[in-house]
Every structure is written in C-alpha cells, then in structure tokens.
Design a protein around this ligand. Structure first.
Ligand code: SF4
Ligand code: SF4
Ligand code: SF4
Length: 497
C-alpha cells in the first residue's frame, strides 16, 4: 500500500472507513471473478485496488477535514492541498466526488463584473460555500451504480471507456447504445467513476489542462495555448484526407519518431460507412483511418485489449472520449491501458448519428450508401459526395432529429480535454483548425513544423478563423444547456457537469 499516513486517531478512523467503503470491499470480495475474466492479471488487480484505496482514503480524509471550523471555503481547500502535498485541483476533484456521493453540498459564489458597450457583463469565481452533511461515512453503505443508469436515461456519449475498463467484461457499447450483463456485473462502480456522463468536474479538467490552481472562466473553446490553421505536406495523406490531414500527420510523425508504438482510432468496417475501432500498429495503417465518420464509434472500448503489454499509445477521438480520458487521469486508479496513453488527439464533433440514421440521411438525399465516397458537415448542411463525383446536401435543421438523443447533452465542440484539437471549422477548405492545449500538444505540433511535415499559419491570419469557431462552440453549449434544463424540468437524469 503506497499511502503514507500519520497514524493519529483521526487517521486510523479514515483508514477504517476506507477499508469498509463499498468501492474497496467489492474489489476485494470479487477478486476471483475479476481474475477469471482475464482483463487484468493479479499484479494489475492489486495495483487498481491499492490506487483506489489511496483515492478513497484521501477522499474520506478531506471529508473529515471539512468538519474543522472555517473549512467551508476555497482558502481551506488550498490549505488541505498544502497539508497533503497535492495539487489544489486534485482536492477539488475529491470535493466533486464527495458532492456526487451526496456527502456534502458545494455552492460556488461569483462576483459580477459590470460590462460596457464593448464588453458584456461577466462573472468571476469568488469562493466556495461548502456544507458538510452530518453523516457518519462508516454508516453510509452506498452501492456504486454501474453505467446502466447512464444508458437508460439517454445520457451515454458512446465513448466506450466503461467497456474498456470493466474488470469483468460485462458491458458492451455498439452503434452508440450500451448494454450490461447484470448477472456478471460485480457493482464495483469503476465504470461510473470514469464515465464522462455520470459526473464531470469541468473546472478541474480546465485547471488540469492549464496546469493552474485558480478557478477561472475559459473561452467558448476551452483552454488553449495557441491556435493555427494547417495542412499536411505528406502527399499520400493529402490525397485521401478530408480537410488538412493534420490528425494523420500527427500519427505519421509519432510512429516515425518511435514516440508511440500503438494508436487508437476509427476505420470503416466491411459494412459501408459503419465505423469500428482500430488499434493502429504502424504508420502504414494510418491511411485506413482517414476521413470524418459521423456514425458513433466507441473507440475506447478496445482499451481492454491493451493491458497485456507495455506500450506507448496515442488516442484519436471525439470530445466525449477526450473528457473520459482526462477525467480518468485525474482520478487515476491504475488502469494499465490508461497509463500507457501519451497523446490525446481530439477532433471536433457537433453531433453523431446511429448507423440507421445515416442510412436515413442517404435515403433523404436519394443516394445508395454503397455509392457514398465522403460525408461532411459544413455551413449548416450535411454533404454527401458520391463515387461518380456528384454532391448532395441536406440542411442540418432537416436532419437534426436523426442525431443521437444522447449527444444533446454534450457541450464540447472542440475536444477541450485533448492535448491537441483538430477540426475544419474556422479554416479555409483543405485546411485544418488546430488548437494546442497542453505542453505535450505544443511539442508535437512544433515537431511537425521542424520536420517540414505541415504548412502552418496563425488562425488569426485566416478567414473565417476563431470568431466562427467560437460562435459555433457557443451555440453547441447553449443547446446543451437547453436540453439539460429540459431534463431538469422533467425530473430526468442529466450529466453532472
Ligand atoms: S458515456 Fe462512455 S463511459 Fe459513460 S456509459 Fe457511455 S460509453 Fe460508457
Ligand atoms: S459494469 Fe461497471 S459496475 Fe459492473 S462490473 Fe463492470 S465496471 Fe463494475
Ligand atoms: S456530440 Fe459529444 S457526445 Fe456526441 S459523439 Fe460528439 S463528442 Fe461525443
């Protein structure tokens, strides 16, 4: 066990509560089922158990600390972080967990900043008002929910991470919809813990991206360091890519420089326009993944095949997948495949469709799906290009009802939780918009330039540029808020952002 504890009476009480926590007990009790399922070996199982123990212990330590006088504010949260040598954002992630488990209530207090004719009124974070419920955690025997509840309430993004980490392999997500084998489920709640649609501490994600200890407002496209418009110089990629080919060029460089030996992405299956996850093993595999796919594809589910060997991995995925990965790196519970991820390459996503809905769109524009060469969403229209060079369009407004209902509660257009985000909105045709979010993303992008693999311009120098991207990102956020408000009104479950 890696926890270093000061063995005070309080410390011992926290340990006792942790050992008795359902999350820990169930992992201990179901050791046999977990090892028989073969997703994790004994050493990996122990790593997960002890990491989870450390997380739970720290959480209960924070819960005890909140009983101290004057501990209901941000200053106290900073103090707890200092006392335990952890980042403020780590403490905030535990605070979110306690909130989600109904052990505390947290109100955020904001100051209003008056606007003028050029700047609208805005708010800035001032403090927390934390109320600790008078509950003895040793008496709370909460059973952690599996993500069945997320599937059934139309909140599932279809990212696939729950399938990718479930220790007994009892989940499946296909075509954007999830299923659970309840007889096999041990109710460990690990799926709920990593799911981006159970609860998602958005301000902690932003602080992590920004490596910051302060809570502040971010732009409509989240935290980013630099913004570019770019296109590939690699001829093989340029010939087949949808826009500027930057995603494929990133993978090309990473394989070539041996920075990764595997990458996770999506390719078309044998059924036309039905994508499936792929583990790319070399740069030769990249060409099979080019092109935008609008049918939901749970890439992250294949992570459960990657626990056996040590690898360096890049994951290409849509915003909900990047959120799932960043959330699970903040609540690090030692899942081996997640620890191998070195790069999060996010792509823009407005919405996704089931395969059946894509077929209906093809019917609407009267094109046989076998004859579709490329699909695209641009300027408010869905474009279908055929093998014979024809172009058909339908306004998004007319097919909006075909998008997955679960995507209605998604606020993120630009993969705010990625190291580097890539899309087409904001750049001229044939170019990609690129947002560099982290130092890892910055280093990767600089290498593409140094190795003469891409042409790059500041996004500020191209039209329509950032204003369009921010406008569309804002409209996605507003739609999400509207749908969440509707769920609240109807007393339906909604994701805790
Ligand atoms: S959002 Fe992802 S992790 Fe959550 S239930 Fe759906 S597929 Fe699973
Ligand atoms: S479905 Fe979720 S709760 Fe059930 S065993 Fe798998 S990870 Fe645990
Ligand atoms: S709209 Fe959101 S939830 Fe839906 S696929 Fe895209 S990123 Fe995921």
């Amino acid at each position: 066990m890696s926890s270093k504890l000061k063995l005070s009476k309080e410390g011992l009480k926290d340990i006792a509560v942790t050992v008795d926590s359902y999350r820990i007990r169930v992992l201990i009790d179901a050791k046999k089922e977990i090892l028989e399922a073969g997703i994790y070996n004994e050493e990996q199982y122990e790593e997960i158990l002890f990491k989870m123990f450390d997380e739970e212990l720290l959480k209960y330590k924070l819960f005890s600390y909140l009983s101290n006088p004057d501990s209901d504010n941000f200053k106290a949260i900073k103090k707890f972080s200092e006392l335990n040598s952890i980042e403020v954002r780590k403490t905030l992630s535990l605070l979110e967990l306690l909130k989600n488990e109904n052990l505390i209530e947290v109100n955020e207090i904001y100051d209003t900043i008056e606007g003028d004719e050029n700047t609208p009124e805005s708010t800035s974070f001032k403090d927390f008002d934390i109320e600790k419920y008078d509950i003895d955690p040793s008496k709370v025997k909460s059973i952690y929910e599996p993500v069945k509840t997320i599937f059934e309430t139309h909140n599932c993004s279809g990212c696939g991470l729950c399938v990718g980490i479930c220790p007994v392999n009892c989940l499946e997500v296909y075509n954007g919809f999830g299923k659970i084998d309840e007889d096999k489920c041990i109710r460990c709640g690990l799926c709920y813990y990593v799911c981006p649609r159970s609860y998602l501490p958005v301000s902690v994600l932003n602080m992590t991206q920004n490596e910051s200890s302060e809570i502040k407002n971010y732009s409509q496209v989240g935290h980013y360091l630099e913004a570019y418009s770019a296109r590939t110089k690699l001829k093989d990629i340029a010939k087949v890519c949808q826009d500027g080919g930057i995603t494929s060029t990133c993978l090309h460089y990473l394989f070539d420089s041996k920075s990764i030996n595997l990458a996770l992405g999506a390719k078309m299956s044998k059924t036309p326009w039905r994508p499936e996850p792929i583990v790319l093993k070399s740069k030769e595999d990249i060409l099979s993944t080019t092109g935008t796919k609008y049918v939901n594809n749970p890439n992250l589910k294949v992570l459960n095949e990657l626990n056996k060997n040590q690898s360096s991995l890049a994951v290409v995925g849509v915003p909900c997948m990047m959120q799932a990965l960043l959330k699970s790196s903040i609540y690090n519970i030692g899942i081996p495949s997640l620890n191998q991820i070195k790069y999060r390459i996010g792509i823009f996503c407005m919405e996704s469709f089931s395969y059946e809905s894509l077929l209906k769109i093809c019917e609407t524009v009267k094109v046989d799906v076998n004859d579709v060469k490329k699909t695209d969403i641009n300027k408010g229209k869905f474009f279908v290009y055929t093998n014979s060079g024809e172009e058909f369009t339908v306004p998004i407004k007319e097919i909006g009802h075909l998008a997955r209902e679960d995507c209605e509660v998604c606020f993120d257009l630009t993969s705010e939780s990625a190291d580097i985000s890539i899309g087409s909105i904001g750049s001229p045709s044939g170019w990609n918009t690129v947002l560099i979010r982290t130092e890892t993303g910055k280093e990767l992008y600089n290498k593409l330039i140094e190795n003469d693999l891409i042409e790059s311009k500041a996004l500020a120098d191209v039209k329509p540029g950032l204003p369009l991207l921010e406008r569309i990102a804002k409209s996605k956020r507003n739609k999400c808020t509207k749908h969440i408000d509707k769920k609240k009104e109807e007393n339906l479950r909604f994701p805790q952002y």
